[in-house]
Write a protein of this length. Structure first.
Length: 191
């Protein structure tokens, strides 16, 4: 395995483990064991756990930007594109029910730890916030586009948190349907 592919695999595994176990509860040994490399080879790629965290955050930022570009290509209207954001809850329902939102859980954990990378992790929310704000502005609601974006982000985070707490997929489906209705109302109001 080449050095760059080993590094990429370490980041992928760390991303998954940080989501499933939490940053604080994931060790070098956990990651090395999953990747099936020695500690020495592991340290060749990452000297500290914080360096892995930085790489995971950058990886997530790149994946999120790629996802937003995909939604731009797939959605003909701002409403369709925003629906893609809402539907993430359905697409990732089993994981959300078990682990919560990957962005929300990481940001929350880093805030509790007062970790230096907390601001970097918050950039993930900022990407969604700015993108949603742009969609709502295109919708015809430029004056309150950021408020609408924050409302939708907050609602989706609340759904993910409660679905995880109660282990309730039906709740996710119910709330996604309600968010689609709310979005339709916003579209009608803007028109």
């Amino acid at each position: 395995m080449s050095g760059s592919s080993t590094r990429a695999q370490i980041v992928e595994v760390a991303d998954r483990l940080f989501y499933e176990q939490g940053y604080e509860h994931t060790s070098f040994a956990d990651i090395a064991s999953e990747v099936k490399i020695s500690r020495g080879n592991f340290y060749h790629h990452f000297k500290t756990k914080d360096a892995i965290l930085s790489a995971v955050i950058e990886h997530r930022l790149a994946k999120t930007a790629q996802l937003l570009r995909q939604w731009e290509r797939e959605g003909k209207t701002a409403e369709e594109r925003i629906r893609h954001f809402i539907d993430i809850l359905i697409m990732n329902m089993a994981k959300i029910k078990r682990f919560g939102c990957p962005v929300g859980t990481l940001c929350s954990e880093l805030a509790k730890l007062d970790h230096a990378s907390q601001g970097d992790a918050t950039r993930l929310f900022s990407l969604f916030r700015e993108w949603l704000g742009g969609q709502f502005a295109e919708f015809g609601s430029p004056a309150d586009a950021d408020d609408l974006a924050m409302h939708l982000l907050a609602r989706s985070q609340g759904v993910a948190t409660l679905a995880s707490a109660f282990g309730d997929e039906a709740f996710i489906e119910q709330e996604v349907t309600a968010m689609h209705g709310w979005l339709r109302q916003q579209a009608e109001r803007a028109a």
